[in-house]
Design a protein around this ligand. Sequence first.
Ligand SMILES: Cc1cc2nc3c(=O)[nH]c(=O)nc-3n(C[C@H](O)[C@H](O)[C@H](O)COP(=O)(O)O)c2cc1C
Length: 214
Amino acid sequence: MKYISTSTLETWERFYRANFVNSLTGFKSASLIGTINKKGTTNLAIFSSLVHLGSDPALIGFINRPVKAAPHTLANIQATGVYTINHIHPSFLEAAHQTSAKYPEGVSEFDELGFTPEFHTEMQAPFVKESKIKYGLTLEEIIPIQRNGTFLVIGKLQLVKLEEHVLLPDGFLELDKASSLCSNGTDAYYTTHLIDRYEYAKPGVKPKKINFLK
Ligand SMILES: Cc1cc2nc3c(=O)[nH]c(=O)nc-3n(C[C@H](O)[C@H](O)[C@H](O)COP(=O)(O)O)c2cc1C
């Protein structure tokens, strides 16, 4: 095993260090966040720092980098209070990755990269038509993180649209059936394969597998 201390890490070249630390926390669910500004220009960008905060109410958070580095999604959410999160699949991975490029304000990644915006009466923000699992949220809270200028954006789930075969009888979403991708760092993407599901763990009780049709 190799041991790396913080003092060593601090001597590293910036991009090497970023790659290392970005991959250390493991695989993430990479998704596209769809927003719209007050002038009606849509915006789409890839985010992987999504986190489940609670199911009742259903709250989902993500980390937005400092405003200068990633301005549009955050500004649009602040302005309209709504946004969508859309799973990524292999058929449009390249275009999804490309949404991380710094397109100027006024240029929509939907138009630029060939994504189809999809609107619902209950949700002003654009969904990605090509995505098989997507959900709309309303803004609850933006918490600035003083230490590094990032923001924790917290949204409340309002509307979910998904391919029905992914939803199992107990409410679990078998995401690999939809070929939803995950990421590691900011340049690597993976398909997934389900190994097993286990019943709620109790101290001293051997974990029991959940039987379901694979
Ligand atoms: C795989 C991947 C994951 C990313 N995850 C995040 C993230 O969680 N938060 C973030 O602020 N930026 C993330 N980015 C960078 C944004 O996609 C990028 O800054 C984008 O230009 C933001 O666009 P916007 O200004 O339209 O919001 C990620 C980029 C890649 C390639």
